[in-house]
Design a protein around this ligand. Structure first.
Ligand code: NAD
Length: 340
């Protein structure tokens, strides 16, 4: 493939992706001769045909890369899927491997971006900043109903103590929280921060704040459902910046109504695929669960923006250029996603 252009179709492009990838390509001294085609469309079975006349596609969290899409991409000659994110739950890795399509990702771009966002979500809910912000904009300076809680000394349960879990733990430790962790692997960095590993049941029953940082897979889908919610401390806060389907959202909604969950912050949502990353303000959104969540004063919903910082974007773009160039020059793919 060397010497010819390496044509890459970028799906789900936002302005910041186009600028970031173009600048990163310009900055790199050993990049492949990449030619980007930027598309705003999400990748799906109905848009996969747009990947014609290219060797690679570059996709994001809500692009669909299932076996049907992969077959179309394969027929078009696509050899590489470059994810510009860490999670890969939207890719059928087995189908990609069978078709000989490699998958690379950006395993870490700024865990701290998400860690700081969790602190922002927590403090917003604890001090009712979202309520205060709206009130003051209408010159309503009444403080009734704005009594907050102080979080120093509270117990934070981190589920998944990998890169983002530890980055979150560092920020929360700085705010004076005690740290509990649950993970299938124990991370020495978390222990060195003073974190204490517990079983999931113990963590849920002892934590004032539960923050989810494990990937979405068959074993973690609906990790938080009615039976695990019942084990949570009454009035505990729940924060999810990982993937929407870690929560059985209806069960969480029921627990918010009963008061068993004291507050909820979600940056990800099970039904986000057809909603997030677009302006839907003029549309009728048919999602009764989301509408009910939005109506509650102790719920904060954001549209998958925890990753979105200056540092993270620069890293995502630099690493994506590296991943594409490594494939083009047949260098080892250090960020290849193992189908196993
Ligand atoms: P990571 O691989 O470094 O850490 C994940 C941790 O989860 C690992 O320690 C792993 O052992 C653990 N884990 C796996 N299965 C588990 C289980 N069943 N129970 C408990 N722990 C389990 O990944 P990371 O970089 O920390 O990212 C975590 C997740 O955050 C990603 O999978 C992604 O879904 C999400 N994410 C969201 C955003 C956002 O903008 N909202 C940004 C980046 C990543």
């Amino acid at each position: 493939m060397s010497k010819s252009l390496f044509r890459v179709v970028v799906f789900s492009t936002k302005n910041y992706d186009q600028i970031g990838l173009t600048e990163a390509l310009g900055r790199s001294s050993d990049a492949a001769p990449i030619s980007f085609r930027f598309l705003s469309s999400r990748l799906s079975a109905s848009t996969a045909e747009l990947a014609k006349d290219a060797e690679a596609v570059c996709v994001f969290v809500n692009d669909t890369v299932n076996s049907e899409v992969l077959k179309i991409l394969h027929d078009k000659g696509i050899q590489l899927i470059a994810l510009r994110c860490a999670g890969f739950n939207n890719v059928d890795l087995k189908a990609a491997s069978e078709l000989g399509i490699s998958v690379v990702r950006v395993p870490a771009y700024s865990p701290n971006a998400v860690g700081e966002f969790v602190a922002a979500q927590l403090l917003t809910l604890a001090r009712k900043i979202h309520k205060a912000y709206n009130r003051v904009r209408e010159n309503n300076f009444d403080l009734q109903g704005l009594v907050g809680i102080e979080i120093r000394g509270k117990k934070a349960g981190i589920v998944g103590t990998g890169k983002i879990g530890v980055a979150t733990a560092k920020v929360l430790k700085g705010l004076g929280l005690e740290l509990f962790g649950f993970d299938v692997f124990h991370n020495q960095e978390f222990i060195d921060l003073g974190g204490q590993y517990l079983s999931l049941d113990e963590l849920l029953s002892q934590s004032d704040i539960v923050s989810l940082h494990c990937p979405l897979n068959e074993s973690t889908k609906y990790l938080i459902r009615s039976e695990t919610i019942a084990k949570m401390k009454s009035g505990a806060y729940l924060i999810n910046t990982s993937r929407g389907a870690l929560l059985d959202t209806q069960a969480v909604l029921d627990a918010l109504y009963s008061g068993h969950i004291g507050a909820l912050a979600i940056d990800v949502y099970e039904g986000e695929g057809d909603l997030f990353f677009e302006d839907r303000s003029g549309a009728i959104v048919h999602d009764p669960i989301l509408a009910k969540l939005q109506a509650l004063p102790n719920v904060l919903v954001t549209g998958h923006q925890a990753f979105l910082t200056d540092v993270a974007l620069r890293n995502i773009c630099n690493i994506t250029i590296d991943n594409l160039s490594n494939f083009y020059y047949q260098r080892p793919l250090k960020n290849k996603v193992d189908p196993k």
